[in-house]
Write a protein that binds this ligand. Structure first.
Ligand SMILES: [Zn+2]
Length: 494
């Protein structure tokens, strides 16, 4: 009996010991889970970027054209400008943390320096000439610009903070449904036409009629003469040879004598409406340019027996004594401009046009701030003014269109913003107050975001989980130290 008693007591002791160990392990695991979940929750998370260079810069090319290079320059320029805008705190809802600011600032400074240096070098060359004469140098420039482009894309991603996935998805839905009716389009066209005409003629008065820049008075540009291609600018003698009265075949099939020795007529005909896909495809503008200016009426005259390809270049071999001269059909040029429809989505209060929302981090979008609207108008008006003067687009300083262009653009932007009779304010008011139908749209498009179940309840789940863990811990502690807390102490005393 005694021995069995001893045995059973030993057994009991062993059992108690093993259950205690189990409880200790459980206690430890629960504590670890609690600490771990708290750490996970409060640990600052690094954003994992998945930069989509192709979406912003297109596929990297091995034999780029002058057009591709120009597009890259304009895109980089625009992305740098916009990253700066965010840094200066000018973009609603996009605030960076101190750490993010420092990171962006550092990267911006380095890419801006490189961009400016390359720009300076490009000032001395003409891309179109390079494309023909030295394509490998052009490819090298393109490659450098592409690498800078990657940095600017990273900058764009890093300054794109502050929008939740739900908000973005909701906007995508709105974008898909958004449309402008025919009447709406007409109203926009009429209004845009009014403003750009006003500002074009104001700019013309200030810049051309004041004598600041000489007016373009002729449009006779010989490209080939005496069976030879003219490299660079044609001489005065070569131009005068073709500045004569000659019969021109009109669009209706008839012939008309046009006297090219008379002064060229330039007509600014305002806004034609929204851009079509086709318009954009042929342009050398970067993706961020939301307008297009067309000079209509240019035709090519050439000697009999010659033939031109799609780009109006003669098909070789050319006949003996071949000439090719670019003129204005009626000795009259017409300038018109169109605008990208997406820009008008800003009128509903949206500042981005989304093209893609990624499952993980990031989105692909175009900025459509009101500031971009003003910039687009100034950009297109600068084209109209440059095309009205003797200036040209040579030299790439400033990115894409040359120094002369950007000088004009800057002046026009300032002119618009400071335009007299509070013109600009009136324009801004019109822009920000869309017509009835669009107003309904903007009411619907206010981003009332319905959160997902997890998003709405996640803090309850986390809180509940931690609560259960704490209760569990207390229970375990009580069970483990039960003997010390209660009966066992009495036993020891007995
Ligand atoms: Zn342009």
């Amino acid at each position: 009996m005694k021995s069995t008693d001893k045995n059973s007591q030993q057994n009991k002791f062993k059992k108690k010991q093993s259950s205690d160990t189990l409880l200790y392990i459980l206690l430890f695991v629960m504590l670890a889970v609690l600490v771990g979940s708290l750490a996970w929750h409060f640990w600052p998370k690094e954003t994992e970027w998945n930069h989509d260079y192709k979406a912003e810069l297109d596929e990297k090319l091995t034999s780029p054209t002058a057009k591709d290079v120009s597009k890259l320059i304009q895109g980089n320029r625009s992305r740098i400008k916009k990253a700066k805008r965010v840094l200066e705190g000018k973009v609603r809802g996009r605030t960076l943390s101190d750490k993010e600011r420092e990171e962006v600032k550092k990267e911006l400074e380095s890419v801006e320096k490189d961009f400016e240096k390359l720009d300076e070098d490009l000032q001395k060359v003409e891309l179109k000439v390079l494309e023909e004469v030295n394509p490998s140098v052009l490819a090298d420039i393109y490659s450098q610009l592409y690498e800078q482009g990657k940095i600017t894309v990273r900058l764009k991603d890093k300054t794109s903070v502050g929008r939740s996935k739900e908000e973005l998805k909701k906007q995508l839905e709105i974008q898909e449904k958004w449309h402008i009716s025919e009447e709406g389009e007409e109203e926009i066209e009429k209004e845009m036409d009014k403003w750009i005409k006003k500002w074009y003629f104001q700019a013309k008065k200030e810049m051309i009629e004041s004598g600041k820049y000489p007016l373009l008075t002729e449009y006779v540009v010989p490209r080939w003469d005496k069976g030879r291609k003219i490299e660079g600018q044609p001489t005065r003698e070569q131009i005068d040879k073709y500045k004569i009265s000659r019969p021109i075949t009109q669009k209706n099939g008839g012939t008309k004598m046009v006297d090219y020795s008379k002064k060229l007529d330039i007509n600014f005909n305002g806004c034609w409406g929204f851009l079509a896909e086709k318009d954009k495809k042929d342009s050398s503008e970067g993706k961020e340019t939301f307008g297009l200016t067309r000079t209509i009426g240019r035709i090519f005259l050439y000697s009999e027996g010659g033939k031109l390809d799609k780009e109006n270049k003669p098909i070789l071999p050319v006949p003996l004594g071949f000439y090719l001269v670019e003129v204005a059909e009626d000795n009259r040029l017409e300038i018109k401009m169109g605008f990208e429809k997406k820009l008008f989505f800003n009128r509903l209060g949206h500042e981005e046009w989304l093209t893609e929302v990624k499952d993980k981090e990031g989105r692909i979008y175009f900025d459509i701030h009101f500031e971009d609207v003003v910039e687009t108008i100034a950009h297109e008006l600068a084209h109209a003014i440059v095309n009205t003067t003797k200036g040209d687009y040579e030299g790439e300083e400033g990115g894409g269109h040359g120094a002369f262009f950007y000088e004009i653009m800057k002046q026009i932007e300032e002119m618009i913003k400071n335009s007299p009779d509070s013109d600009f304010k009136e324009f801004e008011e019109w822009w920000k107050q869309p017509e009835k139908e669009q107003k309904e749209w903007s009411r619907d498009s206010v981003l009332v975001v319905k959160k997902s179940h997890w998003d709405e309840w996640k803090y309850w789940y986390i809180g509940g989980g931690i609560g259960i863990l704490v209760i569990g811990l207390v229970v375990v502690v009580v069970v483990v130290f039960w003997d010390e807390l209660t009966g066992s102490k009495k036993n020891v005393k007995n």
